[in-house]
Design a protein around this ligand. Structure first.
Ligand code: 13P
Ligand code: SF4
Length: 299
């Protein structure tokens, strides 16, 4: 069986749209209708108007698609593809925080569960975090769950948001010495990292951008060589879109094992069986959609 043709056939039969995050395997990016960062995937999900959305990414992305397209059947090819950072904040902890700090605004990075989103005022992604944060300047804010993204925004915008003690294991392990070593190996090549990296790493890099920001920056750059400090899946798209440019991973171990759980076989199976549907309790659907919609209204 030619799995790619079978996926295309089932996709047409089901009226399905396939969304893929920039970190999933290249074979999945190549069959997707749209590949993007978390913000772009949210916008696409809201506009998709499809009977079925297959989300090649991790659970919070599929949940976000369901919250924004409640009438669509949203399928997550591997139900065990989660995000360890999202798991670092649970709804009971957030409710307890709110009880103790009733006047504090809660901003949740989109890398959080739907139950956590149901408790917060607004969401953000790495692509719009600065704009969202700027709208709350001067107010007491708890930023969760990524202490690194929150800390980087605090530094850049001169804010003092309180930070939840969570982080992305893939980005948190990047160190300044890795950047120094890569610069020695590839002199002159700019270093691009993700803002989920620690503050000293972001300061030592040339740019800290969301995955869509990294892709855009490189597309528009005249330089020929780049050091990439984010999850390895992005290299597929970088190479495909920029055949004349060279990319060096900052560290070969920047691999998100959850993003890499998704396979073509699973996409085929969920399309065939309509299995692994995202289902959320109605009260969570209503409450969690609000902070995501509030985020999409911030221009
Ligand atoms: P972005 O693609 O929004 O930059 O997100 C990075 C990420 O870690 C998603 O899990
Ligand atoms: Fe979560 Fe990090 Fe994997 Fe993104 S790369 S899904 S933030 S663990």
């Amino acid at each position: 069986m030619d799995i790619v043709s079978e996926i295309r056939r089932l996709k047409a039969e089901r009226g399905a749209v396939i969304l893929a995050h920039n970190y999933v395997a290249g074979s999945l990016q190549d069959i997707a209708d749209f590949v993007g960062d978390s913000l772009e995937l949210s916008i696409k999900a809201a506009q998709a108007n499809a009977k079925v959305i297959v989300c090649c990414g991790v659970k919070f992305m599929a949940e976000t698609a369901k919250l924004l397209s409640p009438g669509s059947t949203v399928l997550l090819p591997d139900p065990d593809a989660g995000c360890p950072m999202a798991d670092m904040a649970d709804a009971a902890q957030v409710r307890e925080y709110k009880r103790l700090h009733p006047d504090t605004v809660l901003i949740a990075y989109v890398n959080s569960s739907a139950e956590v989103k149901a408790e917060v005022d607004i969401c953000c992604t790495s692509g719009n975090a600065e704009k969202v944060a700027a709208a709350y300047k001067g107010r007491p804010v708890m930023f969760l769950p990524d202490r690194n993204l929150g800390g980087n925004i605090n530094k850049k915008l001169g804010l003092d948001f309180e930070l939840w003690p969570g982080c992305c294991p893939v980005h948190d392990k990047v160190t300044v010495s890795m950047i120094e070593a890569a610069r020695k190996l590839h002199p002159g090549a700019p270093v691009l990292v993700h803002p989920e990296c620690r503050r000293d790493v972001v300061e030592a890099a040339d740019f800290a951008l969301s995955t869509a920001g990294i892709l855009r920056g490189i597309r528009e750059s005249d330089q020929k060589e780049f050091i990439i400090g984010t999850e390895s899946g992005i290299l597929h798209r970088l190479q495909k879109e920029n055949p004349g440019k060279k990319f060096y991973p900052l560290e070969p171990c920047m691999v998100c094992s959850d993003m890499k759980k998704i396979t073509l076989e699973q996409v085929y199976t969920v399309l065939r069986d309509l299995s692994n549907q995202i289902e959320l309790p109605p009260e969570v659907m209503t409450a969690a959609a609000k902070p995501i919609r509030a985020m999409l209204e911030i221009k």
